[in-house]
Design a protein around this ligand. Structure first.
Ligand code: SAM
Length: 443
């Protein structure tokens, strides 16, 4: 049996529906969701045969006009604000933008959002306190909106850019300014490049490489005075987080060991071309005057173990058989790595940071650990027991990594090391000469 569907004409249009259609047409130049909303309301009210008093109809029409003009006003204001600057800035930005329109397709995958607000650019340069004899490292110069300003105040700028098309535009703009002798350009991936000596870093970086790049600089071999970075707002908040904050995480812990992070300002997404989906923040990272004496490989492995479950208690973290087995495997494995001579100089912390971002999502499987570990069940149990004894004896059992300060974490690591528990085989006493040394020094 089949049911026949017959179309029945809708009830005669009431006075209201006529007016509501008018409202619908007023919305015609608005976004699709408003159109959809107006259309659904029209159908709904028509089928219900509802009538709405004339005063409310009038009010509705008025609000739509009001909304439209507000939106228009906001668009104009943002546009005007982005352009408000002195004439030279205007000229430079216009040239770059017209170059872009003619030649460039901006790749979101490479984080190509150019900072166009001159007031923000000026402030970034001002707060970086660049001296006339400084060499500045800039990662991702793009078309050079920031580079041109850096060249005005620094002795030299070393710019590392992955996109050749950007470099062409940058070269052209810099030679027009007559400062090409002060600029060294490297067409490379900043994560793989070997940076020459520099005094400080100032950059609006591609947000996709924030974590390994910060790690590479803070744990790298180049001493620096400060790093001024424009970062995604959420990432900046994570860097700035303190123990107990919901954003507190392993990256903050590792960076805070070596450096201090200071918030400078938030930057609206409307200050970029093209406009990204997220807001940004400027932060300054300065190396600590005194860095605790700790083996960085050991610290790295320890914080990795703690922060993969940062809200569990320490006892719960180190009771997970899979986790402890993984630790035991790593400590054995890196013991053998010592023969290959991993030292702070050649250990790639940036690559490890990139790996860790993924590792926090999923760990090695139980079977993988067992296979790689090749240890007896008894060895493993005694390792686990020793960890738990130290936690209990020193009151760390019920504490959560996300609430512990770096001092407390350092203390716990030292207690565990004293009890013969190492998270990275290379750090055992016989390899003490491999002690990792931080590159960050205050100058
Ligand atoms: C957010 S844009 C900043 C552009 C410019 N500094 C500005 O503020 O207008 C990031 C720039 O970094 C470049 N970039 C992306 N990934 C990179 C990488 N791995 N190494 C070096 N540069 C990279 C992009 O091509 C782009 O020009």
């Amino acid at each position: 049996m089949c049911t026949r569907f017959t179309w029945q004409s809708p009830p005669a249009a009431s006075h209201f529906t006529f007016n509501f259609r008018f409202v619908f047409f007023l919305y015609f130049d608005c976004q699709w969701r408003w159109k959809f909303f107006a259309f659904s309301m029209n159908v709904l009210l028509k089928n219900q045969q509802l009538t709405i008093p004339k005063s409310i109809q009038f009010y509705l029409i008025q609000s739509i006009f009001h909304l439209n003009s507000l939106r228009q006003f906001r668009r104009t204001a943002v546009h005007r604000r982005a352009r408000r600057t002195n004439s030279e800035d205007d000229e430079n930005n216009r040239n770059a933008e017209s170059d872009l329109e003619r030649n460039l397709y901006l790749h979101k995958s490479k984080g190509q959002h150019l900072l166009t607000n001159p007031r923000v650019l000026d402030k970034i340069v001002r707060i970086s306190r660049i001296q006339p004899d400084d060499t500045v490292l800039e990662i991702g110069p793009g078309t050079g909106n920031l580079t041109l300003r850096l060249l005005e105040v620094a002795k030299k700028v070393v710019a590392v850019e992955i996109d050749k098309r950007m470099l062409e535009i940058l070269r052209k703009r810099v030679s027009e300014s007559g400062r090409q002798d002060k600029l060294d350009l490297l067409c490379e991936d900043a994560l793989k490049a070997k940076f020459p000596q520099f005094d400080l870093v100032v950059a609006n970086i591609p947000y996709g490489i924030s974590s390994p790049l910060v790690t590479k600089l803070v744990y790298g071999a180049n001493p620096f005075r400060s790093i001024t970075f424009l970062l995604q707002k959420e990432f900046a908040r994570r860097l700035l987080a303190d123990p107990g904050d919901s954003e507190y995480n392993r990256l903050a812990v590792n960076v805070k060991l070596m450096a201090e992070v200071e918030f400078v300002m938030d930057v609206s997404k409307r200050d970029f071309l093209p406009c990204p989906k997220v807001d940004s923040s400027v932060v300054i990272i300065r190396p600590k005057a005194e860095i605790p004496t700790v083996n960085l490989h050991e610290w790295w492995a320890f914080t990795r173990a703690c922060f993969s479950n940062k809200n569990k208690t320490m006892a719960a973290i180190f009771k997970q058989k899979k986790k402890v087995m993984e630790l035991f495997r790593l400590s054995k494995m890196s013991g053998s790595n010592g023969e290959h001579g991993i030292t702070s100089r050649n250990y790639d912390f940036a690559a490890a940071a990139a790996d860790d971002d993924e590792a926090e999502e999923g760990e090695t499987s139980h079977e993988q650990s067992c296979r790689a570990c090749s240890c007896s069940e008894m060895d493993m149990c005694s390792y686990m027991e020793r960890i738990n004894e130290v936690l209990k004896a020193n009151g760390f059992e019920g504490k959560r990594p996300s609430k512990l300060s770096n001092e407390e974490l350092l203390n716990l690591l030292s207690l565990l090391n004293q009890a013969g528990i190492h998270f990275h085989g290379q750090t055992r006493p016989q390899n003490a000469e491999n002690e990792a040394r931080p590159a960050a020094v205050r100058r």
